[in-house]
Design a binder for this molecule. Sequence first.
Ligand code: SAM
Ligand code: SF4
Length: 465
Amino acid sequence: MTAILNAPATASSDVERLIARYDGRLPRYTSYPTAPNFTPAVGASVYAGWLSQLSADAPLSLYLHVPFCDRLCLYCGCNTSVVRLEASHRNYTALLLSEIDHVAEVIGRRPAVSHVHWGGGTPTSLPGDCLIAVMDRLKQRFAFARDAEVAIEIDPTSLPDDRREALGPMGVTRISLGVQDLEPSVQRAIGRMQSYEETATCALAARALGVGSLNLDLIYGLPLQTEEGVARTARRALDLEADRVAVFGYAHVPWMKRHQALIPEEQLPGPTERYAQLNAIHRVLTEEGGYVPVGLDHYALPSDAMAKAAAARRLKRSFQGYTTDAAPALIGFGASSIGSLPQGYVQNAPTAAAYAKEIEAGRLATVRGVALTADDRLRRDVIERVMCDLEVDVEAVAAEHVADPAPLAQAAQGLQKFIEDGLASWDGRRIAVSERGRPFVRSVAALFDAHLAEAGDKPRHSRAV
Ligand SMILES: C[S@@+](CC[C@H](N)C(=O)[O-])C[C@H]1O[C@@H](n2cnc3c(N)ncnc32)[C@H](O)[C@@H]1O
Ligand code: SF4
């Protein structure tokens, strides 16, 4: 695979020009319409109606959000806060159990489940017995497929014995370790000291407990990061023998995440350096590690299910990013969690306190969402295929939706500049994003986003590259 910057046409002046042209602030398209389009028009009663209409034969995917951490990393963009009190963790567990019971009662049967994802924050903030109790309740209320995947995000610097020992009884099949960067200067700048040994110990312990699959998260664009430094981190990450590596561009959004303002902006690499860092990681992972790039920001070993799903054009995009899970509905539990149902999207109350208020009152915690129109469904499919496959046959998608392809073809007119820059091609029905265009795939997807213009100039999203 040719590294992006190694392509002859990509000299540094060319990179600067591309970035100036395409590095807008854009959604990551983990849904369409995206979360800023959710409104209170979709609340608990609409959600209850949607749940009761779920098809009996389709499996469900479940997401549990734990909005707690032991510490706050300065770069963090997740929905979390520092909560160390065990009483609060136990109280939150009780709320999750109530919510699971409530949702299962509204569904009115014991639906099949193919996939569970614990995210955060740091899910292992909850004591081991609480994690097991929630999984047990899920298994009581839902019929788990024999090969159901159970994934959990773990901060390697804080995995006490009881949490680690809970991974087996919980039936965890995949762990995702936050690594970010292994250079001490960068770790000091982001307030997250984490040795390679801590990370390796955590990976080994999980493997010893029978967890079959390992994912690592790396970030580029962090303060004080350099091209050489991120390449060193990526090289050390290879030794951990992960099945998948997610490589995120640091999203600096201090107007939304106030603690990020503690990062001095002058320490942040500029767009051209970010691009060079992404490329340096890309080179190490693909050329030295044998990983294949998947979509915008993932790398997987060719033997891994994600690489296979991508090759077979079966990859999906969900709130957790890329997934092999094809379940047509995702049920979210916990504060701020987002659910995706055939009728539309729903989101729970954003803070732990607001979530507790709803659950304690015996209500579903949904506070906002969006019902999908026929046009949303059509555009969502086009955007998902672009984000997952880097190509899409817009006429075929329109035909599946029994829709007029003309508005899609009209939107594709915006591809002209991408074509001139060698980032994409368009033959009148099929769009293909080139390898050089991969970092800009969000900009291609955005051509089909009918809601983006409505958002105006408010800086709500992170950089595209
Ligand atoms: C919920 S955290 C992972 C679990 C655990 N809390 C940890 O930090 O190790 C999910 C991932 O989001 C990524 N992330 C967090 N804030 C980010 C930001 N501002 N920009 C880009 N990626 C970010 C990090 O790679 C992090 O590992
Ligand atoms: S990066 Fe992970 S550990 Fe750090 S504050 Fe965010 S969720 Fe918590």
